[in-house]
Ligand binder design. Sequence first.
Ligand SMILES: Nc1ncnc2c1ncn2[C@@H]1O[C@H](COP(=O)(O)OP(=O)(O)O)[C@@H](O)[C@H]1O
Ligand SMILES: [Mg+2]
Length: 322
Amino acid sequence: MTTIDSVTASRRAREVLDEVETAVVGKRDALTLVLAGILAGGHVLLEDFPGLGKTLAARSFAQTLGLEFRRAQFTPDLLPADLTGSFIYDQSKGEFEFRPGPLFTGLLLADEINRTPPKTQAALLEAMQERQVTIEGRTFELEPPFHVLATANPIEYEGTYPLPEAQLDRFLLRVGFGYPDADEEWEVLRRRLERRQEEQTLRQVTTPEELRDIQAAVEAVTVDPDIGRYCVALAGATRSHQHTLVGSSPRGGLALMLVARGYAVIAGRDFVVPEDVKAVAVPALAHRITIRPELWMTEISGRTVVETVLNQVPAPTARERV
Ligand SMILES: Nc1ncnc2c1ncn2[C@@H]1O[C@H](COP(=O)(O)OP(=O)(O)O)[C@@H](O)[C@H]1O
Ligand SMILES: [Mg+2]
């Protein structure tokens, strides 16, 4: 049972965005998508070049959502145990004690995950999926809210260990930040001058409990069968597209629907409209698509496939809602 209504959930979600925007300049669309992913209970991959405000955004979300924040820098020598924690021998007690790693937090910033070898990436992705970690046969739950915001550089920039599609699939969505325009960039500089210090401290808007209530309100959002079928059709169309080697799995269609619900709540509705699905289709689906190898050196990408599919698959027509 949800303890807050959708109107309250919407208002709180927008307060969170407004507060994050006091730190992060000119990224409302990207921030809205990130929040939609969190409200839908998922993990988000932020893929873009360094210096675009990804770390700042992650920290800002943690502060406003009232979540404990940990950051793990995914260096080439990071080991799985550096994330999960491990048993340490306690001399005084004469026994082994579990020392939890940074995974045990509310919001984990997994920074530059494509700089670490596959074994450590796998430990992260497994914990994200299972929401628990097993160490030496003992299982430890990762209590909700537990969200991972991972950053990755675009492959062509520094893809030391690019994540395979099968692992990218574990992220509910992938969001790019993009460069600010000149006015926004000046605004970043101007605010820094005004602040007279590097750090920015944001107001806490929700508690972890309230975040869970908002997530419960998102779970109560209505999805018409027409809309659900539209999500299925879009995911399916990525599989039959001529540029595709492997398209979106059903997990992608599911992600599309779930993120669209989070997006609808932020937009102030307790039902999903086709525009919600369209708005989240690229971030929810593009990273799940493998392009045919002969097209790798071209402009064709998961994004262009999703964009074509959005133009081809007819959206359900709006119905009167009472
Ligand atoms: N859109 C933005 N809004 C506010 N500050 C920004 C923005 N983009 C970059 N910055 C500033 O630039 C610096 C680098 O940002 P950071 O979050 O560390 O980037 P990234 O994690 O993407 O490499 C920080 O000092 C941050 O405050
Ligand atoms: Mg960073």
